[in-house]
Design a protein around this ligand. Structure first.
Ligand code: RIB
Length: 310
């Protein structure tokens, strides 16, 4: 499908769901070190669920396919997705594996360090995707990340290819990818480290971003956006190429900023906006997210986005 086409059929997010256990601390501890932190809070997280909730809050019609445990965290997650207006028909309750959990430390600059116990997320299998292949066929845009198995990601991409669907891959956390995947991606949204890992280019300047984007293009990716945190984003698309600066805010917590950004791009593209407008919209959503604490807790609602950017 082409950029600019209206994908009012909605956004299908396939991915992971965690409960985030967060401790605020002056700094991230060194290996072997114990430090006394500040406040503790729990909130729903993980890249897939963060994208699903952010897209729903921004006005997307969202369906989520995921796997959670048959425990209190899984129950709470499903209830929360429903409250956010997400279609949870594809959220499987796994009787054998615990729900995913992430242990997060956030330092005084809002930077984080995360360890994930994937639990049921690791058992979202290609068979589960095959059972829901009609959801892929019905979707306007499909959003993927990498906290589920690569075999499952491959299965989604293969079904999307058959149905000529747009796939957006947020390649986080960083890992190497089979080269066949790239040719079926409408959009890739790596951060700087992920882009370095996928291209082998050390990214220190916008011209490095441009070189990395050319490598993504040579691999067959239609469009790429390299997110650069406080330095904004570098876009290489069929209709726009260049740098879009970030919006400066007081940073409270950067957790899930990339998830909110990718979800916002998907929402704007699903509403037939241009790539440049979509990235400006996403930049604003990410700025709101980093100014607040938590993952899904920080995702903005559409009414907070103002009207002029769209
Ligand atoms: O992208 C942020 C997410 O990464 C957190 O919500 C945490 O669950 C980890 O998966």
């Amino acid at each position: 499908m082409k950029e600019g086409q209206n994908d009012s059929a909605g956004i299908l997010v396939i991915g992971s769901s965690n409960t985030d256990m967060v401790v605020k601390s002056n700094r991230i501890p060194l290996p072997g070190e114990t430090i006394l932190g500040g406040n503790f809070f729990m909130n729903p997280g993980d890249k897939g669920a963060n994208q699903a909730v952010a897209a729903a809050r921004l006005g997307g019609k969202v369906t989520f396919i995921a796997r959670v445990g048959s425990d209190i965290f899984g129950e709470q997650a499903i209830a929360h997705f429903k409250q956010e207006g997400i279609d949870t028909f594809g959220v499987i309750v796994d009787p054998h594996h615990a729900s995913g959990v992430a242990l997060i430390t956030v330092d005084e600059f809002g930077e984080n360090c995360i360890v994930v116990a994937s639990g049921a997320n690791g058992f979202l299998l290609p068979e589960d995707i095959l059972q829901h292949k009609n959801k892929i066929a019905e979707a306007g845009i499909i959003l993927l990340q990498l906290e589920i198995s690569i075999e499952t990601v491959n299965e989604v991409v293969a079904i999307a290819r058959t149905n000529q669907k747009k796939v957006i891959l947020n390649p986080a956390p960083a890992c190497s990818l089979p080269k066949e995947i790239f040719t079926d991606l409408f959009l890739l949204t790596p951060n700087r480290l992920e882009a370095e890992m996928l291209t082998g280019i050390k990214i220190e300047s916008l011209s490095d971003c441009e070189n990395a984007a050319q490598i993504f293009k040579a691999k067959g990716v239609c469009n790429s956006i390299i997110t650069l945190g406080e330095n904004g984003a570098y876009v290489n698309s069929k209709t726009f190429a260049g740098h879009i600066p970030s919006i400066k805010v007081q940073v409270a917590d950067t957790t899930a900023a990339g998830d909110v950004f990718t979800a916002a791009v998907a929402v704007a593209l699903a509403e037939d906006q241009s790539m440049e407008t979509a990235v400006r919209f996403a930049t604003k959503a990410a700025a709101i997210s980093v100014s607040r604490q938590g993952a899904q807790a920080s995702a903005p609602y559409r009414k907070e986005m103002g009207g002029d950017e769209r």
